[in-house]
Design a protein around this ligand. Structure first.
Ligand code: NAP
Length: 323
């Protein structure tokens, strides 16, 4: 089968089209024929090793010293079950599925194997593969941090990076919960962010975000443009903050900072929960949620898709189809 291998750390030139054997499912696995996948900010970070401050050494140890131990990137996939292991009873060949395999990756290939009991759900016929592939990364990260910060109806919520994959999901899901959302984005994304449900939109090229002052119940920092001390100045006493793109210092400080004002700060990785994947899919089916799609690329153009992601200007999600 065809796959895109990340042969080292660096610019998109390290990505190469290769031929490798098609996977055979272990007893508890399924093999998915990939119809659509994505290039996420996670894929770009691993390929370039451009990590939030302080995580560089840890990333080398986790992903591989000189090149990625798992050379095939891509964490989310929509497609059809091709084959199942002899202990699998939950899926059958031909089933449409949506899966999120996080740091195990391996989705930038024609076929992807994974545990049948992993983060994989049946995909409704009325959701196309491109839309489905754009759901897990942004959508489940948003659900994780909304749960951790317990966003409630009527609360004032600030989303910094409201036009990104994670930010565009938080804007929609917080609005759906009845929160009053202010989104922060650049000039070209103001209309998009308003259309996602933000009652107020702040164009960061025209207004300093910090000038908004301590008025919010919850702040989601999805860009890394503010550190924890700056983020706390935007919160009322008793508020919550999610440092979603925080560096090592913010992740450690999250355990201590804000306590004197009754503020809870959350950080760290979101992980992959099948319940969250099912929830974001259900919200999409009921039209309460729609993933923002920046662009769609052919499989062979995955290096070009990486360029789009590393530019840090994408709106929502960059999708790849296998044709
Ligand atoms: N903790 C976790 O588990 C977890 C999970 C997923 C992702 N992440 C991290 O979360 C971050 C966001 O990921 P993502 O995929 O959502 O990012 P993304 O889609 O690549 O973000 C791109 C967007 O950010 C906007 N942006 C750039 N600078 C901005 C600024 N100063 N203020 C407001 N908006 C700005 C851009 O809009 P303009 O063009 O208008 O500037 C663009 O639309 C990444 O650092 C990623 O590594 C963490």
């Amino acid at each position: 089968m065809k796959a895109i291998a990340c042969t080292g750390y660096g610019s998109p030139e390290v990505l190469q089209l290769i031929e490798i054997p098609k996977p055979v499912p272990a007893a508890d696995e399924i093999v998915i024929r990939v119809r659509a996948t994505t290039v996420t900010s996670g894929d770009w970070r691993i390929r370039s090793l451009e990590m939030p401050p302080g995580f560089g050494l840890m990333a080398h140890l986790i992903f591989g010293l000189t090149k990625p131990r798992q050379p095939i990137l891509g964490s989310e996939v929509a497609g059809e079950v091709e084959s199942v292991g002899n202990m699998v009873t939950t899926f059958r060949p031909g089933d449409r599925v949506l899966a999120f395999d996080g740091a195990k990756m391996g989705c930038h290939a024609e076929f992807k194997s994974m545990k049948a009991a992993g983060c994989v759900v049946a995909l409704h016929d009325d959701i196309d593969f491109e839309t489905a592939a754009a759901l897990p990364f942004g959508g489940t990260t948003a659900l994780h941090f909304l749960r951790k910060t317990d966003v409630r109806e009527g609360e004032k919520v600030l989303v910094i990076g409201a036009s990104g994959s994670v930010g565009s999901a938080i804007v929609q899901l917080a609005s759906h919960r009845g929160a009053m959302v202010t989104g922060v984005c650049g000039s070209s994304n103001v209309d998009l962010v308003r259309s996602l449900g933000a009652g107020q939109v702040v164009d960061y090229s025209k207004q300093d975000v910090l000038s908004l002052g301590a008025q919010f119940d919850v702040v989601f920092e999805t860009v890394g443009s503010l550190n924890i001390s700056q983020t706390l100045t935007l919160l009322r006493d008793g508020g919550r903050a999610a440092m979603i793109a925080g560096g090592l210092a913010d992740t450690v400080l999250a355990m201590f900072r804000g306590k004197s004002r009754g503020i809870k700060v959350v950080a760290g990785p979101a992980g992959e929960l099948v319940e969250d994947l099912q929830e974001i899919l259900d919200l999409t089916v009921s039209k309460a949620y729609r993933p923002v799609i920046d662009s769609t690329h052919a499989f062979e153009d995955i290096p070009k898709a990486h360029l789009r992601v590393q530019g840090k200007r994408k709106r929502g999600n960059v999708v790849v189809t296998t044709g």
